[in-house]
Write a protein that binds this ligand. Structure first.
Ligand code: ATP
Ligand code: MN
Length: 462
């Protein structure tokens, strides 16, 4: 018999027909005469109840149907007698695909801590919490593609292996096929990368932006959506070593267009999630964060406050608040500062612009004052920075001056510089950390809990 997904079985009005459901047992309870199996197949947060007449199957047969076991049930779909569910299945045939020994199955009991679940990340998608998070993650990815497609942006695939260091950050993972124990050496005794796979030293990308700009300069508007790697040893609840980033890049956009795009885009994906992931968001709201739905609606219904970094620092300095990291003009704002502005001062998402050039990347458009650049960070409640972007420096000479000031090497950047020689134009873009968005929309507080297999320092087992 053809299997029907549980989400459909729970939402159908066609009752009293034979159906087939397959899934994993969440719980089995009951009495001498009847057993109730809560079955989940991942298609929804809700379980379907299987009603089993014990006399019909025998107690011995039902014994191995414990939490975690995979089964196939054929039976009659009927209106549920019990509360809190619409339909249930009266079992006629049950096949056990696989058992899960209660003595060793780690998810035998309910209510494990998120910390414990991180240690068994290979099983945690089977919990209600991670089922909800992962379904939301999927819908958000889909929403992002939908948004940009509707706006006429093209999905542009930038390389994961690169010879350039986009941010000049130096915190990159090296990619090599050289024998690490015995690498070939040059006459000066350095590792001879000309003998490496690509004939040069290469790394995993920290951002697709530089290549994304090449796309924007041809297709007008593009976005990337792919994995990004940062080897910074920052063990925080907001950083992963491998995360997914969305980077739109748009020709003929200035920083205001860029801010409008960021705000419109974020509001679109939030409203999409509220509509498509109702049950899952409701579940997380009830289980973890009572203000989640309210917070999402608040962001949706309010204009983001826009102000300059200088104005922001002024507010922070006058706040009288004791911060762990000192705040002064020129300081790179920490998450505590960002969250003060958003959560305590404005009580609203904030877009900060015009940062000191020293704390921002070389490619940002330089302002007339010689001190600041046209960067913009979008700051969200509970998260801090969710988006970082800028109008780009389109002037060849100004960009070159900055590259020289920073003593950056043109060896791996000459092709980027060329865009400012051949048909340069104003353009802008930003990067959204996908997991920070998923954090915000699920109300989770640790970024390790919104990606199936988190990569963090000393953690890459599964
Ligand atoms: P932060 O200051 O929070 O470390 P950043 O300024 O280094 O971030 P950008 O280089 O501007 O980050 O990257 C763009 C976006 O990517 C950020 O706004 C954030 O949403 C996300 N992001 C950056 N680093 C990480 C990371 N290690 N893990 C997850 N997301 C990240
Ligand atoms: Mn940033």
């Amino acid at each position: 018999m053809q299997r029907t997904k549980i989400t459909e079985l729970l939402n159908t009005t066609e009752l009293n027909r034979k159906v087939c459901a397959k899934g994993w047992v969440r719980t089995r309870r009951g009495n001498k005469h009847v057993a109730f199996i809560a079955l989940n197949d991942g298609s929804t947060i809700h379980n379907i109840q299987i009603v089993v007449d014990i006399a019909k199957f025998g107690e011995e047969f039902l014994k191995p149907i414990t939490t975690g076991a995979a089964i196939c049930v054929n039976g009659l779909l009927v209106e549920s007698q019990g509360q809190g569910q619409t339909t249930e299945i009266q079992a006629e045939e049950i096949e056990i695909y696989g058992t899960a020994d209660p003595a060793t199955y780690p998810l035998q009991k309910k209510g494990h801590s998120l910390e414990f679940l991180r240690e068994i990340a290979y099983l945690r998608p089977r919990t209600n919490t991670f089922g909800a998070i992962l379904r939301i993650r999927h819908h958000l990815a889909y929403a992002i593609h939908t948004y940009f497609d509707k706006q006429g942006f093209f999905y542009f695939h930038t390389p994961l292996i690169t010879a350039s260091d986009a941010e000049g950050a130096g915190s990159m993972f090296q990619v090599t096929t050289l024998d690490m124990a015995n690498p070939p050496k040059t006459e000066e005794g350095k590792i001879d990368y000309s003998q490496d796979f690509f004939g040069r030293s290469t790394n995993l990308t920290v951002s697709g932006q530089l290549e994304g700009e090449l796309g924007a300069m041809a297709l007008g508007g593009i976005y990337t959506f792919g994995p990004t790697f940062r080897a910074e040893n920052s063990n925080t609840p907001r950083h992963l070593a491998e995360f997914w980033m969305i980077e739109p890049e748009v020709a003929f956009f200035d920083i205001n267009d860029n801010m409008n795009l960021a705000e419109d885009f974020l509001k679109f994906v939030i409203s999409y999630a509220l509509e498509k992931c109702k049950d899952d968001i409701e579940f997380l709201n009830n289980m973890y964060d009572n203000e989640l739905t309210e917070r999402l609606n608040f962001v949706l219904n309010n204009q983001f406050v826009r102000l300059t970094y200088t104005e922001g620092v002024d507010i922070l300095e006058k706040s009288g608040k004791k911060f762990e990291f000192p705040v002064y003009w020129g300081a790179d704002l920490q998450s505590e500062h960002e969250r003060y502005l958003v959560e305590e001062h404005f009580k609203c998402p904030v877009i900060l612009t015009d940062y000191p050039k020293e704390i921002k990347s070389f490619y940002m458009k330089q302002n007339e004052d010689g001190k600041t650049v046209r960067g913009m960070d979008v700051l969200f409640p509970k998260i801090g920075e969710i988006i970082g972007g800028s109008e780009r420096e389109a002037d060849y000479q100004k960009l070159l001056n900055r590259v020289n000031e920073l003593q950056m090497s043109l060896d791996s950047l000459w092709w980027y510089m060329d865009t400012r020689k051949f048909g340069t134009a104003p353009h802008a873009g930003f990067g959204l950390g996908f997991e920070r968005l998923v954090l915000f929309i699920t109300g989770m507080t640790n970024i390790r809990d919104v990606i199936p297999f988190p990569r963090t320092p000393k953690n890459a087992e599964f």
